[in-house]
Structures are given as structure tokens and as C-alpha cells.
Write a protein that binds this ligand. Structure first.
Ligand SMILES: [Ca+2]
Length: 353
């Protein structure tokens, strides 16, 4: 095809290029070729980057479509409990019916140090605003597959809980709008106070309109260098908004990921569409690597976050029994001593006769 002088625009371009000896019209083809090559290389590098990101996706800790064999197959990495069921498009923890509890739990203990979990979820139902409940929770805890009052999981849990609370139980407290997303670190003694929507123990949170939305709703839990960050993407803008953050949070290893939900008098459909776990790569100094392993979850700045860890020592009951058995032991020794002394004295008297 002759590219010269076919249109007025090209004429102008040709006359412009004729002024620049470097850009002769015969070079246009070469420039086009160069442009295409650059585009191909760029798309290749983007694809590489995508692949690189996928490398960090830990499939064994991720729950995503297609949910083949989820909860049933022996090769599945997840267990279902309660009312949880799998459909082609989501894992429904509870249906929009009263008094249901359902959960999905990872079968594999988790040992990665720095990670982020992206959760795609959906909460929908027939009830009008504030006539729905109760919400769902995402877990990384020591125990798994437990029933209980905390969004379908046990109370006094040990580990991390992130709650999407859709019903204001503490109705008279108007300090926060609902639905409210918050996080809590359980150490086995702290309780989630359902009547107070967990206010006494939460480590921060934010209001997020996550119910009956037309767009997708996501939350992101990031644990990096002992900093726990909670972010939400619930406005359909494909951008993360900060929700809560805590530094100096220490989480033991070997815990289990899970998601649970419960309905009471009020209900909703609580669905998990995906939970994707990514390992985060961090440059560390040798001192960082020698950091002590914790056994009980804690936050360094305890006063600020009111996470009280019970000192390891004797409990009152243990102390009582220790004293009781000590006294009994001494009593037995005294009786045995007296008997032995009595016999010895008698033997001695017999020898004199
Ligand atoms: Ca609540």
C-alpha cells in the first residue's frame, strides 16, 4: 500500500516529516514495527507480573470458584459445618432464616509470617434495615469447627476474629452506624460481648454499608511485621479504604482460617464468594528473624487495647488443693511417726522385763 499523499492529514504529516531528516516517511513502517514490539514486550511484562502475583497466592489456604468437592472430598482443604452449603457461585453460611449457624474451616494449620487475606462476601435478605442479622465473622484461631454464640463460633476464642456485624444489639448506644466491621484478638480469657456488639474488646473498626448492595463487597486483612490492617472495598469503586489498624500484634502460628455466621430472631443470607490468601515477601534483618515465638496472642501496648493476658501461675483452685494435700500429707506422716514411736517404745519396755 502506498502511504504517501492519500489523505490531507497524511500530506501534512509527510510535509512535516520531510523537514526532519531523522523521520523520513519510509521510516514510518519501522516506527510502527518498533511501537508494536514495545507494546508486546510491555504486555509480556504485565503478564509476568500477574504470574508473579499468582505465585504468592496460597491455594491451599484459599477458597475460590470452582468449589469442587469443597467440604466433601478428602482432597478438599475445607470443612463445612452447620447450615453451610456450596452452590456454583458462593458458599452460603446461613440462609435468610431464623436461628441458623454455619461455617467453613480450613483443614490445614497456617504457619506463614506475613500475609494478606482478601475476602469477597455478600450479605443479603428480605428484612428491612435493622431488621436483619446477625452478620458473619472471619477467623484465624487455635480451635476450629466449634459452635457458639460469636457469629456461630465459640466465645473465649484464641486468635483473630474479624466481625461484619449487621445488627446493633446495644440499641441505646448510638456511637456507631451499622453494619459495623471490627476486629478482636482473643487470648482464651477475653469474651466477645454480643449484647454490646463486642465494644469492650475490639481493636478498632468502621461502619460499612455491606448489605443488599448491587456491587461486590470485599474486606482485606493484612498482617505484616506484626501490624494488623483491616481494609474494606464496599462502595463499588475498586479501591481499598482503611478501616482499622493495630501495631505490635503478636499471633502464634499453627492456627486455622475459617468463616462463620449465625442468625437469631433476625436473619440474612451470609455468603462467602472467595477467600484468597497471599504470602507477603518482606526484607528482614537477622534480629527480626530471631523474634520470640508467642504462645498466647497479645498486643504489645496492652493498656491501649485492653488485651489482658493472665499470668501463668497457680489458680485459686490449684492453690487450695496444694495446701489441702500438704496438710493431709503432714497428718499422715505424723500418724505414721506416732505409730512407729509407740511400737519402738513398747519393744524397748518388753526388753527390760
Ligand atoms: Ca450485633
Amino acid at each position: 500500500m502506498d502511504v504517501t499523499g492519500t489523505t490531507p492529514t497524511l500530506d501534512r504529516l509527510t510535509s512535516f516529516l520531510s523537514l526532519c531528516p531523522m523521520f523520513r516517511i519510509k521510516n514510518i513502517r519501522e516506527l510502527t514495527f518498533l511501537f508494536i514490539t514495545v507494546c508486546m514486550l510491555m504486555s509480556q511484562s504485565l503478564a509476568d507480573e500477574q504470574e508473579f502475583m499468582e505465585d504468592f497466592l496460597k491455594r491451599e489456604f484459599s477458597l475460590a470458584k470452582p468449589y469442587r468437592g469443597l467440604g466433601f472430598s478428602s482432597s478438599s482443604q475445607w470443612d463445612l459445618m452447620g447450615t453451610a452449603l456450596v452452590t456454583p457461585d458462593y458458599v452460603r453460611l446461613t440462609p435468610d432464616l431464623q436461628s441458623r449457624q454455619g461455617a467453613v474451616w480450613s483443614r490445614i494449620p497456617f504457619f506463614l509470617r506475613d500475609w494478606e487475606l482478601k475476602v469477597h462476601f455478600k450479605i443479603s435478605g428480605q428484612g428491612k434495615k435493622n431488621f436483619n442479622g446477625d452478620g458473619l465473622a472471619i477467623w484465624l484461631t487455635k480451635d476450629r469447627m466449634q459452635n457458639g454464640p460469636v457469629f456461630g463460633n465459640m466465645n473465649q476464642f484464641v486468635g483473630l476474629g474479624v466481625f461484619v456485624d449487621t445488627y446493633p444489639n446495644a440499641e441505646k448506644t448510638h456511637d456507631r452506624a451499622f453494619p459495623y466491621i471490627s476486629m478482636m484478638l482473643g487470648n482464651g480469657t477475653l469474651s466477645y460481648d454480643h449484647d454490646q456488639d463486642g465494644r469492650s474488646a475490639d481493636l478498632g473498626g468502621c461502619a460499612a454499608m455491606v448489605r443488599n448492595t448491587v456491587h461486590d463487597t470485599f474486606l482485606l486483612i493484612r498482617y505484616l511485621n506484626n501490624r494488623l490492617t483491616l481494609m474494606v472495598d464496599v462502595d463499588g469503586k475498586q479501591e481499598w479504604k482503611d478501616c482499622a489498624e493495630v501495631t505490635g500484634l503478636r499471633l502464634p502460628k499453627g492456627y486455622f482460617f475459617g468463616a462463620s455466621s449465625a442468625t437469631g430472631d433476625l436473619s440474612d443470607n451470609h455468603d462467602i464468594i472467595s477467600m484468597k490468601l497471599y504470602e507477603l515477601m518482606v526484607h528482614r534483618t537477622p534480629e527480626d528473624d530471631e523474634e520470640e515465638e508467642v504462645i498466647i496472642p497479645r498486643v504489645d501496648n496492652m493498656e491501649q487495647f485492653q488485651v489482658a493476658v493472665e499470668e501463668e501461675g497457680m489458680s485459686t483452685v490449684q492453690f487450695f488443693f496444694t495446701i489441702l494435700f500438704s496438710i493431709l500429707g503432714l497428718g499422715v506422716l505424723a500418724v505414721v511417726g506416732l505409730v512407729v514411736y509407740g511400737r519402738w517404745k513398747e519393744n524397748r519396755r518388753k526388753r527390760f522385763y
